[in-house]
Ligand binder design. Structure first.
Ligand code: ZN
Length: 193
């Protein structure tokens, strides 16, 4: 077991479409364990296999707070089977050190996946809760999409990327998402913001 090296934006593995897992082998179990160690070492919420250089359809999420007992969820060959609503999400990514920006996300998602025993499960995450956001963020990684592709303010995000010595947004991958943007911009700002 060990902490894995996290690939940084610019590494081409982050833009590849990851392959389906056909057998949940010992190697997959070890990878998942090492990914969890890596996630906790970096205090992250989620980590996808391509971020550690493995272009396969596996990601892990743990949304529990730092002082709570850990509750990791491992997703193998996930599919998002339902999505609705739209919400602003202020996000970062372990592959983008120090960069945080506002992105568009669905508010509610339902995901179906296999666990490490190969058993299917379904999770419904609602109201823009952290789990709903994390599922979309990590699922994107399996399709070579990155959170900055959903940036609401492209110019501001570019400034943040460049000031952290990362490449600006790649317009070949940038997503305009006018329907999501319209719904988000109509939401009244939250009281606590
Ligand atoms: Zn990420």
């Amino acid at each position: 077991m060990g902490i894995l090296k996290v690939r940084v934006y610019g590494d081409e593995v982050l833009r590849q479409k990851a392959k389906e897992i056909t057998k949940i082998s010992k190697k997959i179990h070890t990878l998942a364990e090492n990914m969890l160690m890596t996630l906790y070492a970096y205090n992250g919420v989620g980590l996808a296999a391509p971020q550690v250089g493995e272009s396969i359809r596996l990601f892990i999420i743990d949304v529990t707070e730092a002082n709570q007992p850990k509750h990791p969820i491992i997703f193998i060959n996930p599919k998002i089977i339902k999505k609705s609503g739209a919400i602003n999400s202020y996000e970062g990514c372990l592959s983008f050190p120090e960069v945080y920006t506002d992105v568009r996300r669905y508010k509610n998602v339902t995901v179906k996946a296999l666990n490490l025993s190969g058993k299917p499960f379904v999770i419904e995450a609602k109201d823009g809760e952290l789990l709903a956001i994390a599922i979309q963020h990590e699922f994107d990684h399996l399709n070579g999409k990155l959170f900055v592709d959903h940036a609401r303010n492209r110019f501001e995000t570019d400034e943040k990327l460049i000031s952290n010595n990362l490449n600006p947004i790649d317009m070949d991958y940038f997503l305009e998402e006018p329907e999501l943007e319209e719904e988000i911009s109509q939401e009244p700002p939250k009281q606590d913001e």
